[in-house]
Design a protein around this ligand. Structure first.
Ligand code: TYM
Length: 332
């Protein structure tokens, strides 16, 4: 049995990338493992959200997790800030995290490029907070998308370093997980990198988007002038559309459009209509469940309370050991 943990920042509703990169893999693991899934509200503070938006987003994301099949009877589903021990472990790990390694982290370098005017210490130490989330439950498997691979490597580094420094084996070595398959990266609709909340609304297909919004976004997705020679390689924007098609359509459909690409008879309008139909069929039942669950605040409150209790119990066990090794305890 593995200890499985994953989390998502409540910086907006969940998109197809979050769902296919992290949530569905997690859901598949909850039958036979000890599973923790949480909402990373501390992490989202790096962007300074308004308090009321943060609260709304937490409720939305919680409803989306539940609609996606995370079962609070089988898994511990909690909000990060309900477990203050995470912030304590973050403090301890920061004492042994070095500026150079934090500055070299790709996600930090990315932020330094994109938002030089808000390069706060929370962004720099994002990997130590993420390591605390993982290590506090001594998780061994972490179902995440491809973009989190480096953060996982850093969590291993920080955990191993602690073990070495204090000559103990408190922390196992967690690994990113996708059932032996490559980690998922769902691209955005603007022809560039990944589908991501910070890339802007039209780049993302949100689980809660209505059919008409989905249609508008997909029909507007960036394409090129079309293939000029048979069997040519696809440019990034077209590769991206095929990746989304592969995620939601049948093999036959993907093959059909690949043949059309290869013999230069593809019509992007048809490809986009197909993607819209299949994404919409995929998301409609989920969207309906999200709306029902979001309306039931009593249920959400019961889930969160129970999750907090379970998560704190597990965190407390780890932290008692951690404090003992560090020497933080009541003297008398
Ligand atoms: P966040 O909120 O950016 O993303 C949450 C999860 O969704 C995955 N993901 C994707 N997967 C495939 N294709 C995409 N386009 C795509 N976009 C996002 C991410 O890989 C992630 O699994 N740091 C994390 C939150 C976190 C966490 C943790 C995760 C905090 N502590 C501990 C695991 C364990 C993050 O930025 O999530």
């Amino acid at each position: 049995m593995e200890i499985v943990l994953s989390g998502i920042r409540p910086t907006g509703p969940l998109h197809l990338g979050n769902y296919l990169g992290a949530v569905t893999n997690f859901v598949k693991m909850q039958e036979n493992n000890r599973c923790y899934f949480f909402i990373a509200d501390f992490h989202s503070l790096t962007t300074h959200p308004l308090a009321e938006h943060l609260q709304e987003n937490i409720k939305q994301v919680l409803s989306e997790y539940l609609a996606a099949g995370i079962d609070p009877e089988k898994s511990t589903l909690y909000i990060q800030s309900d477990v203050p021990e995470v912030a304590e472990l973050y403090l301890y790990l920061n004492m042994n995290a070095y500026l150079g390694e934090l500055e070299r982290c790709t996600s930090f370098k990315d932020k330094a490029r994109k938002q030089p005017d808000n390069l706060n210490a929370g962004l720099l130490t994002y990997p130590t907070l993420m390591a605390s989330d993982i290590l506090i439950h001594r998780a061994t498997k972490v179902p995440v998308g491809k973009d989190q691979e480096q953060h996982l490597e850093m969590a291993r580094t920080f955990g191993n370093r602690f073990n070495r420094m204090y000559n103990c084996e408190v922390f196992p070595s967690p690994t990113a997980y996708n059932f032996g398959e490559a980690l998922v990266k769902i691209p955005g609709l603007d022809g560039s990198g990944k589908m991501g909340k910070s890339e802007g609304g039209d780049n993302c297909l949100y689980l809660s988007d209505t059919s008409s919004v989905l249609k508008k976004k997909i029909m507007k997705a960036l394409t090129d002038a079309g293939p000029q020679t048979t069997n040519q390689e696809k440019p990034d924007c077209i590769k991206n559309l095929f990746t989304i098609l592969e995620a939601v359509s049948t093999k036959d459909t993907v093959e059909y459009f690949n043949e059309k690409w290869n013999d230069c008879s593809i019509r992007y309008g048809d490809l986009k209509k197909q993607i819209f139909n299949d994404v919409d069929a995929f998301l409609t039942p989920l969207r309906e469940r999200i709306t029902d669950i979001r309306a039931d605040e009593n249920y959400l409150s019961a889930v969160v309370k129970r999750g907090a209790e379970q998560a704190r119990e597990s965190a407390d066990t780890t932290m008692s050991e951690v404090r003992k090794y560090i020497g933080i305890k009541r003297l008398f």
